[in-house]
Design a protein around this ligand. Sequence first.
Ligand code: IMP
Ligand code: MG
Length: 187
Amino acid sequence: MKCQIGQKTYETRVLFSQEAIASRVASLARQIEETVPLQDELVVLVVLDGAFIFAADLIRQIDRTTRVESVKLKSYDGMQSTGAVEVLKGLPEDLGGKHVLVVEDIVDTGRTIAQLMNELRQHRTASCRIAVLLDKPEAHLADISLDFVGFSVGKNFVIGYGLDADGRYRNLPYIAEVLTAGSSGSC
Ligand code: IMP
Ligand code: MG
């Protein structure tokens, strides 16, 4: 499939099929369940917009009482990180004493997760863990540690399954990388 970002058209390559994602999400849910006592409630904090599809699939696989909350953060323009994390919707008030699971689509520089975890620390949660579908370990700039990672990927920009380029391509059922000049297989 070709994709258009800004004025340019790029080739893409599928990295993870719909089936591969579904199977990985199910196994992440099993791992997450092990960290939450049966009788406890889990607050799932979805980082909008990108994580909405991952979170929707993940929470339906988690066999615990869950409450879903969201924050809305923005740090990307097209395929470029702006270097700043803009808070469009902040944290809910009542997280004290709760088991919180942050659900994020992808970690790139790590700035978004680092800033969110800093704010969450002030809420005195019972526990606070991070589940990300995709991690770009080579791109980390912030000092972060992730509890549950779906897949590690290289530095290429990725789209699909909730991940966008300027708001587009979130509806692709698979995850694809965008092949820019310099990345292997580019056109
Ligand atoms: P970070 O703060 O640099 O770690 O960037 C994380 C945020 O940037 C994610 O929540 C995504 O919204 C966005 N992002 C980073 N890399 C990609 C990508 O390859 N595709 C789509 N969005 C991305
Ligand atoms: Mg995001």
